[in-house]
Structure formats: C-alpha cells, structure tokens
Design a protein around this ligand. Structure first.
Ligand SMILES: [Zn+2]
Length: 95
C-alpha cells in the first residue's frame, strides 16, 4: 500500500471517530442540561432515559475505538489522538 492510500484510509478512520464522538456528545448533552437546569425531562424523555442514551453513546465510542481505530498498514493500535502523525506500532506516516 502506498503512503498516500494509508493517509487517505486513516483520514476516514479519524472522520468516523469524530462522527462517533459527535453522536456521543449529542446523546450526552441532554443529561448535562437536565442536571444543570434541574429539569425532569427533555423532549418527553426522563433523566434516566437520557442517562442510558449517554451510556449507549459512550459504549459505541469505546466499541469504535477498539474495533476500528487501527493503523491501515499494520492493523494495530496506532496510539491515541485525532492529530496522530505516525503509527506507534509500525512507524508509518498517518497524516
Ligand atoms: Zn501501523
């Protein structure tokens, strides 16, 4: 695989990770608003339901990190961070 292809593939991995993080954030926000404003429900859903939604979002995020946050070249964990320059496992340039 060429370096350009590796960078392109890893750019997609980062993009998807950001989308998953966004979903987590969207699911988490109502719980924070409920707490801060002392409300009982948002959009007709109770605090408990939003709390569960936040947990679900967190699990999705962790799941993505475990199963899809991989180096396109070696398939191993490249290290943390959305601004990763190199793979920690094989040393290939990622961005
Ligand atoms: Zn690697």
């Amino acid at each position: 695989m060429k370096n350009d292809e590796i960078k392109k593939k890893f750019a997609k991995v980062i993009f998807n990770a950001k989308m998953v993080a966004l979903v987590f954030f969207v699911l988490l926000t109502p719980s924070i608003v409920l707490k801060v404003k002392g409300m009982n429900e948002i959009f007709g859903f109770s605090e408990q339901i939003w709390f569960n939604a936040a947990i679900a979002g967190f699990i999705i995020y962790i799941g993505y990190t475990i199963f899809f946050w991989k180096c396109p070249k070696c398939g191993k964990f490249p290290g943390r961070g959305w601004f990763r320059k190199k793979c920690d496992s094989c040393g290939v340039e990622l961005s």
